[in-house]
Ligand binder design. Structure first.
Ligand code: BEZ
Length: 210
């Protein structure tokens, strides 16, 4: 069965461009993003990996480690890295798994045979400090992902983990948030002494906690 939200992210050992890793040890109690791309030396993937390299400081700021994967071998990743730097202006600054035997791809369901029976699709797994899967995304090979959106989701996930709030549609950092229904008004008074706006008993809007 496909991995679902709340499942533990399966552990594995893998060869990466930055050496051999044990995934759970590599996560090291923090947040992590594991994402696959279909193939080295392809146009959309080249732009995606350059963008992730450019955004690395943003992932670092949030305490999130990033790791990529494709079924291409490590030697190919190393050669392709030169093109990423040349064309995207950012050198790879995070590890890429060489998953030639598809061990990790199969473990995480990253190969969708009815789309392509040999290449990985564009999968994303956001994993929390408890090693549980917090978000999954699957894009087809022809559509590059929006990694700013991924950072926005991580901001929401981290806010929810720290405070008992959820984020509304199109929420951006600094925008109002929602008190989750499981928090009673009585408890909300303690948590949000500045008050909140009740639009409906189930829809209580409050300033984003600091
Ligand atoms: C791409 O990254 O451009 C790509 C990769 C695999 C299939 C199609 C497009």
């Amino acid at each position: 069965m496909a991995l679902q939200l709340g499942d533990e992210a399966p552990n594995f050992t893998a060869e990466t461009t930055e050496g051999t890793i044990d995934f759970h040890k590599w996560i090291d109690g923090g947040w992590a993003v594991l994402f696959s791309h279909p193939k080295d030396f392809t146009p959309v993937c080249t732009t995606e990996l350059g963008r992730v390299a450019a955004l690395k400081p943003e992932f670092d700021k949030r305490g999130v480690k990033v790791i990529g994967l494709s079924v291409d071998p490590l030697g190919s990743h190393a050669e392709w890295a030169k093109d990423i730097k040349e064309t995207q202006g950012h050198a790879l600054n995070f590890p890429l798994i060489g998953d030639g035997d598809r061990k990790v791809s199969n473990l995480y369901g990253m190969i969708h045979p009815n789309a392509n029976d040999t290449l990985t699709v564009r999968s994303v797994f956001v994993i929390g400090p408890d090693k549980k899967i917090k978000l999954t995304l699957t894009y087809p090979a022809s559509t590059g992902r929006n990694f700013d959106e991924l950072l926005r989701v991580i901001d929401s996930l981290q806010l929810t983990a720290k405070h008992k709030v959820a984020t509304p549609v199109d929420w951006q950092q600094g925008g109002d948030v929602i008190i989750v229904p499981s928090v009673s008004d009585e408890d909300a008074k303690k948590q949000f002494p500045g008050g909140w706006k009740t639009l409906k008993p189930y829809l209580r809007v409050v300033q984003q906690p600091k």
